[in-house]
Write a protein that binds this ligand. Structure first.
Ligand SMILES: Nc1nc2c(ncn2[C@@H]2O[C@H](COP(=O)(O)OP(=O)(O)OP(=O)(O)O)[C@@H](O)[C@H]2O)c(=O)[nH]1
Length: 256
């Protein structure tokens, strides 16, 4: 039990930034470690039953720990509400850090599929239109080749932030793969989706990046495709969106 409590403490200190919540939880866990250690030592060292202070040392830390942990968890709850507000446009229905992208703070392909299943069910239940936009950077391999993968990674992260800035709170963006993002547009008709996809294309075209090493200007363009959810399942919907995007890639006119 003592080892378990030490393990919780180590996880807490390694994963959380310093601050009030961490302090309260850490002191609470320390009190538990102390109390359980005293209890554990009893197995090896026999104390005379007249030693009242020893019993106190063993039992008193637990109520103190519970009070500290309760206050800590309450403030943690407040903190989580604030963090959830910042995660709008990046998560909906559920949080699953293992399905989040490694490079940028949005869900990956698996997260998209799970979200899409839930969104399809919701749009059917509420009889609301559900639109999808795919946005893919043009010739991104050239950026990697000219400026290197590190610079390419940085550009992808900034493009993701740029797209987030241009979305509405009810939208959800995920990185499907590489330089391709998919946006779920809840309760959105085709005309609105078209407008939003043009806005995103223009935002990417207006973005000018200066490379960190050679200070060169890099300009980007992106191709988009839109589809409305009909009677498809999530897999066929993503497949159709990818096909539409490939067609658009072959015929796309440059963004003005
Ligand atoms: N820096 C960086 N590059 C990536 C990442 N994921 C994929 N890529 C690169 O993105 C490029 C995507 O290539 P393609 O799918 O051919 O796309 P493209 O070069 O943009 O060409 P089109 O889509 O046809 O315009 C490849 O060169 C990948 O190596 C990543 O996480 N970081």
């Amino acid at each position: 039990m003592v080892i378990l409590a030490f393990f919780w403490l180590a996880l807490l200190l390694r994963s959380r930034p310093a601050g009030r919540v961490t302090r309260l939880l850490a002191f609470g866990l320390c009190a538990i470690v102390f109390s359980w250690s005293m209890d554990f030592m009893d197995e090896f060292i026999r104390m005379p039953s007249t030693l009242i202070w020893h019993n106190w040392l063993e039992s008193m830390p637990i109520p103190i720990a519970l009070i500290l942990l309760s206050i800590g968890i309450y403030h943690w709850h407040q903190e989580e509400i604030a963090i959830s507000a910042q995660m709008v446009k990046r998560e909906r229905y559920f949080r699953e850090h293992r399905l989040f992208d490694k490079l940028m703070p949005v869900g990956g392909g698996a997260y998209l599929k799970k979200q899409l299943k839930l969104s399809l069910a919701e749009s059917k239940k509420n009889q609301q239109p559900l639109a999808l936009i795919a946005i893919d950077l043009d010739d991104f391999n050239v950026i990697n080749r000219l400026y290197g993968i590190k610079e390419g990674d940085h550009i992808l992260q900034l493009v993701c932030q740029l797209l987030l800035l241009n979305l509405r709170d009810k939208d959800l963006i995920c990185r499907l793969a590489g330089d391709r993002f998919v946006i779920l547009l809840h309760d959105t008709d085709e005309a609105e989706a078209k407008q939003l996809s043009q806005d995103l294309q223009h935002a990417v075209a207006s973005f000018a990046y200066r490379t960190q090493e050679s200070q060169q200007r890099v300009y980007l363009t992106a191709t988009t495709a839109i589809t409305m959810a009909k009677r498809d399942d999530s897999d066929s919907l993503i497949k159709r969106l990818n096909q539409l995007l490939s067609q658009r890639k072959q015929t796309a006119a440059p963004v003005i």
